[in-house]
Structure formats: structure tokens, C-alpha cells
Design a protein around this ligand. Structure first.
Ligand code: NAI
Length: 286
């Protein structure tokens, strides 16, 4: 039987999540998606109206099928955590059962088990502020949406993951080197995500024979990255300075992801894998 993957963090066809879904679909996996609740409507409408058909094309000419899209807000673990203003917000009121625990339950009821869990989401409301000017609230929100969201997803999905399965998240080098402009505690959130990758690799490895890795990706002009504001500069910088002189495509991250969650990588866990044209190796920009 083919593998079944749940990919959290797809709301259009531009980001890393979409490219990972395509690479996994091309390798024969069944694709389930978790989409941020406020973005659900437009994503589903666009899918239905064929807006993504061109980018759904797989190497063999067929179109990627998404078996099911689940509304998800990964900053809430269970219904008790949802504050009144969110509950009654009209972008949320039309959907239900979108906390992490409930989505895991729905996937269990619909499909029983999964083999692959991908976390391709991040949010930092104060990302454009330097860390020195970041509020406690903004910092904790960045950690909640970008780091704890992975802990929570793994916590709730591990019981329905088949042994031998694998999980993956996306990180950024701002965790270990200073990238001015990547603020709001987002650098801290990525550092936490990478540290958690090691600890969770041990815990999930021993508990369920599940692997945990993270890809440190180079810059991509996704929706989230454009919101930060300096992505074009980062893409130019990478082009000018990385060992491999080309623009990074989302598909290259998708392909590395497909390797990491496949049996080809059965001994790789707890790793930060760089998919960035080698930019991380450079100590001097020339
Ligand atoms: P994207 O915009 O395609 O993906 C981010 C997704 O997170 C969006 O679909 C958004 O709706 C979703 N999201 C935000 N808050 C959420 C929540 N509370 N619950 C559920 N979903 C939520 O952008 P991108 O850039 O592809 O991001 C994917 C991952 O790649 C992120 O972890 C990002 O930090 C990472 N990354 C991106 C780089 C870039 O240059 N674009 C570089 C290195 C890492």
C-alpha cells in the first residue's frame, strides 16, 4: 500500500508545503492537508475552480490529488483553549473541529493511520520588529505558532503513525546565525524547533519508531516570506554568495523532503538538513 501523508501548512501553491505535497504525491503517497482556518475558504475555492491545476501537474503528467483538506489552527490544542473572540470570529465560525487534537481525531476516523507528518507552517506577528523591540506577547506567539505547533502535532499524531514513519519540519538559518530583519522572536522559534527536532527524534524514535528531521531551507518568495518584507534581498544575496549559483526552487526542497521521509533515509533522524544551495557554509560573502 502507498504511504499516507498529512501536511500541515498549505494555503496556496507557492510555499514549501505545496512543493513537498507534490514530491510526495509523485512518489505515490496519498496527500492529506491541514490548512489554516482563515485561509481555508480561498484555498478550497481556488482548488475547486482549477486555479492550481497548472501547478498540480506531476512529472508523469497526472495532476496531484489532495484526498482531503482539514481546517487547522495549530496554535490551539483542544477546544478548551480557543478564546471567545476566535470562536465567534466569522473566519472561524464556518469551520469546526480545527484544533490539533480534533484534527488528529478526524484523520484517525477517516483513514485510521498515517505514515508521514509534515509541518510547514510558521507565524510571528512581530516578525518585522527587531528582537530588542519585540513584546513578550509577540515572542510567545511566534514560539506558539512556529515551534510548539510541531510538538503538539507530533504529540497528537504519533498514536496514529505507523511504525517506521517519519516527520519533517522547515527551519531557517536565522536560528544559528544573525539574520537582521528576521525578528519578532522568529529566530528564537527556529532555534527551539531545531533543538526540539533532536529531543523529539529520541522520544518519538523510542516510543513509536518514528523519525524526526528538519530542513533548513534557503529563501523562497512564498506568501509568508513576502510578509516579512526582505525576501527579494535574501534571494539575491543567496544567488550572489551561495556555492551553487542558481535560484532555489521550492521543488528542490520538496525532493529533499521526499527523500527524508522515505525508507531511503531510514537511519536519518534528529538532523537539520540544509537545502539552501550551500549558503550556510559561507563565512565570507564575496
Ligand atoms: P507559506 O505561506 O506557504 O506557508 C506557511 C503556512 O503556515 C501558510 O499556509 C499559513 O496559512 C500557515 N499558518 C500560519 N499560522 C498557522 C496556524 N496557526 N495554524 C496552521 N497553519 C498556519 O510559506 P513558506 O515560506 O513556504 O513556509 C513554510 C515553512 O518554511 C515555514 O516553517 C517557514 O518558516 C519555512 N521556511 C521558509 C523560508 C522561505 O524563505 N520562504 C526559508 C526557510 C524556512
Amino acid at each position: 500500500r502507498g504511504k499516507r501523508a498529512f501536511i500541515a501548512g498549505i494555503a496556496d501553491d507557492n510555499g514549501y508545503g505545496w512543493a513537498i505535497a507534490k514530491a510526495l504525491a509523485a512518489a505515490g503517497a496519498e496527500i492529506l492537508v491541514g490548512t489554516w482556518v482563515p485561509a481555508l475558504n480561498i484555498f478550497e475555492t481556488s482548488l475547486r475552480r482549477g486555479k492550481f491545476d497548472e501547478s498540480r501537474k506531476l512529472p508523469n503528467g497526472s495532476l496531484m490529488e489532495i484526498t482531503k483538506v482539514y481546517p487547522l489552527d495549530a496554535v490551539f490544542d483542544s477546544p478548551e483553549d480557543v478564546p471567545e473572540d476566535i470562536k465567534t470570529n466569522k473566519r472561524y465560525a464556518g469551520s469546526s473541529n480545527w484544533t490539533v487534537k480534533e484534527v488528529a481525531e478526524l484523520v484517525k476516523n477517516d483513514f485510521g493511520t498515517i505514515d508521514i507528518l509534515v509541518h510547514s507552517l510558521a507565524n510571528g506577528p512581530e516578525v518585522s520588529k527587531p528582537l530588542l523591540e519585540t513584546s513578550r506577547k509577540g515572542y510567545l506567539a511566534a514560539i506558539s505558532a512556529s515551534s510548539y505547533s510541531f510538538v503538539s502535532l507530533l504529540q497528537h499524531f504519533l498514536p496514529i503513525m505507523n511504525p517506521g514513519g517519519a516527520t519533517l519540519s522547515l527551519t531557517y538559518i536565522a536560528s544559528e546565525r544573525t539574520i537582521p530583519g528576521y525578528g519578532g522572536g522568529m529566530s528564537s522559534a527556529k532555534a527551539a524547533l531545531e533543538s526540539d527536532t533532536r529531543v523529539l527524534a529520541f522520544e518519538a524514535g523510542r516510543k513509536g519508531n518514528i523519525r524526526v528531521n528538519t530542513i533548513s531551507a534557503g529563501p523562497l518568495g512564498s506568501r509568508a516570506a513576502k510578509a516579512i518584507g526582505f525576501i527579494e534581498k535574501m534571494i539575491d544575496y543567496s544567488y550572489a554568495n551561495a556555492p551553487i549559483k542558481k535560484e532555489l526552487s521550492a521543488d528542490e526542497v520538496g525532493n529533499a523532503a521526499a527523500f527524508l521521509v522515505s525508507p531511503l533515509a531510514s537511519a536519518v533522524t534528529g538532523s537539520v538538513v540544509y537545502v539552501d544551495n550551500g549558503l550556510h557554509t559561507m563565512g565570507l560573502a564575496i
